[in-house]
Design a protein. Structure first.
Length: 185
């Protein structure tokens, strides 16, 4: 009998496969938000997942221990112990952060759940209040347009001011010309 072959249970193989998938999702995501989804019906959860998929995000309900293993060094042990004590779902955001967060907060407002625990944005842990604040931001294209408008404002103001002086000069010269032509007539 050969002792070098070790039998791994099917359950363990499934867990290892799930952790590998989670690690892949963690690596691909721009941001992650963790929430307690307990209390949502299956249909509500599936509707939320469908709407999040449209916003280029994915909500996954998984065991806390497997999620901790997949996150690795993304969060410290203290944060994990504090927040991973009840059922946790992970929202993986793959593109723009604001749209999926808007969808999540819309579900929270509608059903008073899921309860947002915390998030990870650019490698930094953010609180549930900060996640909610981020959700209130306009989408990225709107923010870019607002920034561009703010950058153009001084130039537009200068253009208007310089143009007004030229217009004022032209109107004064026209008034002088009209006055002279009226006096000569």
């Amino acid at each position: 009998m050969d002792n070098t072959t070790v039998k791994i249970s099917q359950n363990r193989q499934n867990k290892e496969k799930l952790v590998a998938e989670l690690k892949d999702k963690v690596a691909k995501s721009n941001a992650m938000v963790f929430a307690n989804y307990q209390g949502l019906t299956h249909q509500q959860l599936e509707n939320m997942k469908r709407n999040l998929k449209k916003a280029e995000a994915e909500f996954v309900a998984v065991k806390n221990t497997l999620l901790e293993i997949a996150l690795g060094d993304k969060i410290d042990q203290e944060t994990a112990k504090q927040h991973f004590n009840q059922p946790t779902g992970a929202l993986f955001i793959y593109n723009d952060v604001v749209d999926p967060l808007k969808e999540l907060t819309k579900t929270v407002k509608e059903f008073k759940m899921p309860v947002i625990k915390f998030g990870i944005l650019d490698g930094k842990v953010v609180t549930d209040q900060e996640v909610t604040k981020l959700a209130s931001l306009p989408p990225l294209p709107v923010l870019r347009a607002q920034l561009l408008g703010q950058m153009k404002a001084p130039i537009s103001g200068l253009h208007r001011a310089l143009n007004w002086n030229l217009q004022s000069l032209v109107m004064t010269l026209n008034a002088v010309k009209d006055k002279k032509s009226a006096a000569s007539a």
